[in-house]
Design a protein around this ligand. Structure first.
Ligand code: NI
Length: 181
């Protein structure tokens, strides 16, 4: 397995629509494994393919030690609303309160290409919605109010110089403090 470079805000791939997966190949399963490894190295709870520069409709999530591979995920039910402070491995050290559905049901294919459905609330529900957004070129900052988005982008202006060519190389961050974004 490998820790992959993470694309950060400014890299065009983060704003592109992904392509649905027709066949789950061994190469895609390896990609999912590498994405878990990358997510762990970055101390995150979810990662979507565009964040590692890929266009496939694939994301991984791990909440409370349950690993979920999501291939072609779709939200099939939403209920209520919740406000949650979110961050993103592609916008390091920037956070904002996002309002989303309090509960979602998601239909997807697993790493063997078998359909399944999962429900999530709280962190899992937020994370599912955040990662599915990534697969359609959307980022959590897009959900912020005008003023909060401006504040987040101002914070990012101070951060982005750390990431030449909009690439975050986790190997260079070995001594950074623990984070939960
Ligand atoms: Ni994210």
């Amino acid at each position: 397995m490998a820790v992959l470079p993470i694309h950060v805000l400014g890299s065009p791939v983060l704003r592109e629509e992904t392509v649905p997966i027709t066949t789950v190949t061994d190469e895609l399963r390896r990609l999912a494994d590498d994405m878990f490894e990358t997510m762990h190295a970055a101390k995150g709870v979810g990662l979507a393919a565009p964040q590692v520069g890929r266009r496939e409709r694939l994301a991984v999530v791990e909440v409370e030690q349950v690993r979920i591979v999501l291939i072609n995920p779709e939200i099939v039910h939403r209920e209520g609303d919740i406000t949650w402070e979110e961050g993103c491995l592609s916008i390091p050290d920037v956070f904002g309160d996002v309002r989303r559905a309090a509960k979602v049901a998601v239909r997807a294919l697993d790493r063997d290409g078998k359909p399944f459905e999962i429900e999530g609330t709280e962190l899992l529900g937020v994370c599912l919605q955040h990662e599915i957004d990534h697969l359609h070129g959307r980022l959590f900052i897009d959900h912020l109010s005008f003023l909060k988005k401006r504040k987040a982008l101002a914070a990012w202006d101070d951060e982005k110089a750390k990431y030449p060519a909009f690439i975050r190389d986790l190997a260079l961050e070995v001594d950074t403090a623990d984070r939960n974004d």
